[in-house]
Structure formats: C-alpha cells, structure tokens
Design a protein around this ligand. Structure first.
Ligand code: ARG
Length: 462
C-alpha cells in the first residue's frame, strides 16, 4: 500500500485526501509564520509533562533538542515545509519524530491542535502588539518633537473645513498625539485580556492526564490559564479585539494622512513633505505627490475589511473549536503587517515635515479667525453674547467689503460698530493675541502647548 497523505491522523481512513481538497484544507502556507511560537508552546508543554512525571526526562530532553534543531533549520531556511502535513503544528511534529523518534510521538500527550493553535496565535499576537506599540511610541515621539518646535506657530483651526479660530500647529500635532495615546492604551488593554493560556484545554474538554496548567502558563509568560476549556479553544475574540484596536488606529492614521495631503497641496501650502516620502508624476513634471500619506489613508480599507471578516467568521459558531477558525489567520496577519508598516512609515516621515509658517499664519488671518475673540471682547465690555455675535457678523461683512482682515480695520470703523470698542481691541484681533488668550489646560496658548509637550514626553519616557 502506498503511503497515505494523512499520516498524522490516517488511522481510520481508507484513502488519501483528494488532491484539490488537500490544498483547500491546508494552512501551512500561512500559519508557518507562527513556527517559533509553536515551538515555544511545545517546549513549555513538554517541560510541564516532564515535571508531572507524564514524560520521562529522556523524552523531554530529546523533544527539547529536536525542537531546537527545527528552530535552527527554520531560521536557516532549510526546513522542508509540506502541504501534505496540513499545518505548522503537524509539520513540526512530524519533523520532530523524524529527528528524535518515539519521543516526538509522545509530545502530543495531553494536548490537541485546538489548544495548540489557540496558544500559538496568542503568543504571536502578543509579540505583534509589543512591536506595534514600539513603532507607535517612535511615531508619537516624532510628533511631540515637532510640536515642541512649532509650539507657537499659528495656523487656522478648522470646523467644517472652514477657518474657525487660530490655533498653534503644536497644539494640532498634540491632538494627533492624544489620539495615538488612546490607541496605545487600547493595544495594552487587549494584550492584558489576551494573555491567558489555553494549553491543557486539549481538544475541548480538558485531558485525563494530571497536567499542571498553571505551570505551562507560567513558562509561557501568560498571567494565568484560561478558566474554561471550551472557551479556551473556541474563541478568537482576542484577535478580533486586536483587529478592532488596529482599525481604530488606522482610522486615526487616515485622518492624519488626509490633513497632510491637504496641507501639502498648492492650495494650502501649509507643509512641505520631504521628497523621499513623495513621488512624481510620469506625465506632469510639476507634481510632487503625497503618495505615502495616500497609501496609508487607503490601507485603512483593508484593515476595516479584515475586522469585518473576522467578526463574521466567528459569528454564530457553536462551541467549541470549528475549522472556520483557520480563517482567522490571514486577516489577522494582514492587519498586523499593514498597521505596523503604516505606523513605521509615518514615524519616519512626520518628524521631517517642514511647516510653512508664513502660509499658515496668513491663512489664519484671511479667514477672520479672530471673530469670536472680538465677540468675547464685547461681552467682557458688558454686551450680551447674542448681540455681540450680531455686531461682529456685521464687522466681518465690513472687512469683506474693504478686503482686509479684522485687525486691519481702523479704530473708527470698529467703534462705528459699537461704542464700547477701545484701542485695546487690537490685542484680541491679532492671531497671536487670540491663541495666547486660550490659556488654560488643554488650550492652544503657546505656553500651554509647551507644557502639554512636556507632559507627553514624560508619558513616553515613563
Ligand atoms: N490549522 C488549524 C487552525 O488553524 C489548526 C487546528 C486544527 N484542528 C482541527 N481539529 N482540525 O485552526
């Protein structure tokens, strides 16, 4: 009889797997990226089995040695992956048995691929969160650095994309920082909830051996074992949670990207993006396109898509493990790769953005952005806010008529609008006066921005 393809579980089968179905069913082409986590999990499992007297010391030593050899081979690129062996778990186990014989066949005592894969994904995801958070810190560091330089650079703040009130560029940058800080908190929160060990849940119901689940959890730096074996093998909520945190992070990156794209346009000219992060046009020689920011904005789509794919694959699945869950990996890995690369790209680019201070300041002046300041000035002189609003509306109309900014109107013109206006009005009509007056925690006054940047740095170094 020829060798069956399904060597690892072929006992009850009378024929090999269909050729097309073999490819349809396999996951090794994408789950081999969890090979080191699979080995880590197996090392801990074997150690625990040895300590419990379930495996002999000799078997455990052989298993550890064999797994080390496999790790080396994978690192060197000499490991032979086989689709016939379906997934990363069976590829490694089969090779282990080739290398160390009977001890390799004993490794799967008291476990199943179901708790094994659930463990591998958690270990992989945990590492991915750590490296994503590292990239995020670099990006945030770059943003704070730029905010410190631009702490008193004046630009228009927008609502409805209309010039609203002057702000400082540093203040705007620190708004990005706050968004990303919450993303970091979400990632950490997700890591903590995910950091529990499924090992020992076996296929679904636990195992008849006297295993020590606390010990294997501890060996893998999990905080504790999952409390219910059915839940441990069946849920992928932790991967969905990471995908969701990543989707929110991508949404934030897309907003940053969008602003940079607009500000880099000839119409705004607020910023100049470094050449090495832009591309030219093959037909229009004058163009310098913000492709990298656009790509980051565009990649948000696949990150959202991956989240929806994972929510949908989990939906209505009865307990416990179902093969549907093999579909979690490609979207999860794609999300991790995509978001990590986007954060990395922005971390490299954002510290080198050049602010065009003149254009920013001019835009703040052109948009009558100090109109609210004039209204507040009148209120402080005893005018009711609604009346002040009306008066300032008329003053803006006058400035439009005269084609000048509010602070370019003469005192006589201003006093004609309301007799309470005196020559101290010009202190509030300038864009500098306007931002300096918003001098409270979370406000845009340059000295507040300086303090906020200091607090941000402290948080980063904390
Ligand atoms: N490749 C599978 C996955 O990714 C591993 C677990 C398979 N378990 C099973 N009973 N078929 O989920």
């Amino acid at each position: 009889m020829t060798k069956k393809t399904n060597q690892q579980w072929g006992g009850r089968f009378s024929e090999s797997m269909d050729g097309f179905i073999l490819k349809f069913n396999e996951s090794v082409s994408f789950d081999q990226r969890m090979a080191f986590e699979d080995i880590e999990g197996s090392v801990a499992h074997a150690t625990m089995l040895g300590e419990q007297g379930i495996l002999s010391k000799e078997d455990v030593d052989n298993i550890h040695q064999g797994l080390q050899q496999i790790k080396d081979d994978i690192q060197n690129g000499t490991f032979q992956w086989s689709t016939e062996l379906e997934d990363v778990h069976m590829n490694i186990e089969a090779r282990l048995t080739d290398l160390v014989g009977i001890a390799g066949k004993r490794l799967h005592t008291g476990r199943s691929r179901n708790d094994q894969v659930a463990t591998d994904i958690r270990l992989y995801t945990r590492k991915a969160i750590d490296s994503l958070r590292g990239e995020l810190k670099l990006l945030m560091n770059g943003i704070v650095g730029l905010a410190e330089v631009e702490y008193d650079t004046i630009m228009p703040g927008f609502t409805h994309l209309q010039s609203a009130q002057p702000v400082t560029f540093g203040h705007h940058l620190l708004a990005w920082f706050e968004m990303l800080k919450r993303d970091d908190e979400r990632l950490l929160d997700c890591r903590q909830r995910m950091n529990r060990s499924p090992l020992g849940a076996a296929a679904l119901a636990g195992t008849t051996y006297s295993i020590n689940r606390q010990r294997s959890a501890e060996l893998l730096d999990f905080t504790e074992p999952c409390a219910n074996s059915l839940d441990a093998v069946s849920d992928r909520d932790f991967a969905i949670e990471l995908s969701s945190a990543a989707a929110i992070l991508s949404m934030h990156l897309s907003r940053v990207a969008e602003e940079l794209i607009m500000w880099n346009s000839v119409q705004f000219q607020f910023v100049d993006l470094p050449d090495r992060f832009c591309t030219g046009s093959s037909i229009m020689p004058q163009k310098k396109n913000p492709d990298i920011a656009e790509l980051i904005r565009g990649k948000t789509g696949r990150v959202y898509g991956n989240l929806v794919a994972m929510l949908t694959l989990m939906k209505s699945q009865p307990l416990a493990y179902n093969k549907d869950n093999q579909e979690d990996k490609e979207p999860l890995f794609d999300t991790i790769d995509t978001v990590t690369a986007c954060v990395h790209a922005f971390a490299a680019m954002i510290p080198h953005i050049k602010a065009n201070r003149k254009a920013m300041r001019q835009a703040a002046k052109d948009g009558f952005a100090t109109a609210t300041d004039l209204a507040d000035y009148l209120v402080k002189k005893g005018v009711a806010f609604r009346d002040a609003h009306e008066i300032v509306g008329k003053t803006v109309a006058l400035a439009i008529d005269k084609q000048c900014s509010l602070d370019e109107l003469s005192l006589a013109d201003l006093q004609a609008q309301h007799s309470a206006i005196e020559d101290d009005v010009f202190d509030v009509l300038t864009v500098e006066g306007s931002v300096s007056a918003r001098n409270h925690f979370g406000g845009t006054a340059p000295n507040q921005v300086k303090q906020a940047a200091m607090a941000a740095k402290q948080w980063l170094n904390g």
